[in-house]
Design a protein around this ligand. Structure first.
Ligand SMILES: NC(=O)c1ccc[n+]([C@@H]2O[C@H](COP(=O)([O-])OP(=O)(O)OC[C@H]3O[C@@H](n4cnc5c(N)ncnc54)[C@H](OP(=O)(O)O)[C@@H]3O)[C@@H](O)[C@H]2O)c1
Length: 339
């Protein structure tokens, strides 16, 4: 079978190389999954660049997010049968309850092997059933981006309520899932983007208000104008140091800023955190989510007939092109590789 490997290059980023290896067999408690599709996240660019929080320095099979079919069962596996359609979890061992830092040791496509491979061997506990209505390409977009948005809006702190307002930064994978989940939960959603075309698409997907953050660099002021100076109840903060100050300015009293991304880098932010104190607002760090949340999210997606927004699908042989496409940031929603 074939799989990709990110192999460290001395003094530089990793190389993405296609390798032929023997077909693996599941050990006790494991299953073999024939991967049909894998999706990319911004984190995969960080892993390739050697910058991810959950990336190592050894050769690793890239990409955390995949879906496929169970093709073989190891000894003692009773929860799955061959032919089951499954998606893999991002944190292999975070099943339920609060996060423990030890889970970083098995983050797929970073500290442990990922899914850009024709077959993946996985512990039986690290799979969820793929939503029946979704294709493999759709189900492959769920494990990181969708679950992160779901965790931020519906699991941590208090669940988003009907009538609340959510601000989504940009139109990447996490933000578009946040838009879809928030609309289904009855929220009002504001989306920002650098592209008018993407903002038009976001409105088609249900965004109530949109802001072009290139034309309106003071988008926090515009958010306050849109919300009649109240601010938003939730911010999906994927930008990091370059956006956090405006995100805090945008949040309403008692609101929540979910700190998720680093699209503007890893430098320490210059913003004063006192903005949150004045508003009795919360800042919560979100790192994907656990298996139980994934199961609850899938039920919600099915209930509301939410289908992932896929920007483009690349063939397995063109995985490098998929990375380039994501890096170009011309996409809206998810970029997928068909395996
Ligand atoms: N903590 C976690 O568990 C977790 C999970 C998933 C992702 N993340 C992080 O969250 C971030 C987003 O990930 P993703 O996979 O959704 O990324 P993505 O699909 O690559 O999205 C990138 C998009 O973000 C927007 N963007 C870029 N710079 C921006 C800025 N300064 N202000 C506002 N929007 C900006 C752009 O949208 P427009 O072209 O529309 O402007 C860009 O196309 C990344 O930093 C990623 O590492 C964290």
């Amino acid at each position: 079978m074939q799989r990709y490997l990110l192999e460290p290059r001395s003094g530089g980023p990793f190389d993405l190389l296609l390798r032929e290896v023997e077909e693996p067999a599941p050990g006790p408690g494991e299953v073999a999954v024939k991967i049909h599709a894998a999706s990319l996240n911004y984190r995969d660019l960080l892993v390739r660049a050697g910058k991810s929080a959950s990336g190592g320095f050894d050769p690793v099979v890239p990409l955390s997010d995949g879906a496929g079919e169970v093709v073989a069962l190891g000894e003692g596996v009773v929860d799955w049968q061959t032919g089951d359609r499954v998606a893999l979890t991002f944190f292999r061992d975070w099943l339920s309850g609060p996060f423990e830092t030890s889970f970083h040791a098995a983050a797929r496509g970073g500290s442990s092997d990922g899914v850009l491979s024709q077959t993946v061997i996985a512990p039986a506990h690290s799979l969820v059933a793929a939503p029946a209505a979704m294709s493999f390409t759709e189900a492959a977009t769920l494990p990181c981006a969708a679950l992160t948005a779901w965790h931020a809006l519906m699991e941590r702190g208090r669940p988003l309520e009907r009538g609340e307002t959510v601000l989504c930064l940009g139109t990447g994978g996490v933000s578009i899932f946040a838009l879809q989940i928030a609309k289904a939960a009855g929220a009002r959603v504001i989306v920002t983007s650098r592209s008018q075309e993407k903002l038009a698409r976001a409105r088609e997907l249900g965004a109530d208000e949109t802001i072009d953050y290139l034309q309106t660099p003071e988008w926090d002021g515009e958010t306050m104008r849109i919300t009649a100076k109240r601010g938003v109840d939730r911010v999906i903060e994927v930008g990091g140091p370059g956006t956090i100050e405006r995100s805090m300015n945008s949040v309403a009293a008692g609101g929540i800023v979910s700190l998720i991304g680093v699209l503007t880098g890893f430098d320490p932010p210059k913003a004063s955190l006192f903005t949150l104190v004045k508003k009795n607002a919360d800042l919560q760090g979100i790192y994907v989510g656990n298996r139980e949340m994934f199961v609850r999210m899938n039920a919600f997606l099915e209930l509301h007939a939410i289908r992932p927004v896929i920007d483009r699908i690349f063939p397995f042989s063109e995985a490098s092109e998929a990375y380039r496409h994501l890096e170009g940031a011309g996409h809206l929603g998810k970029v997928v590789v068909q395996v």
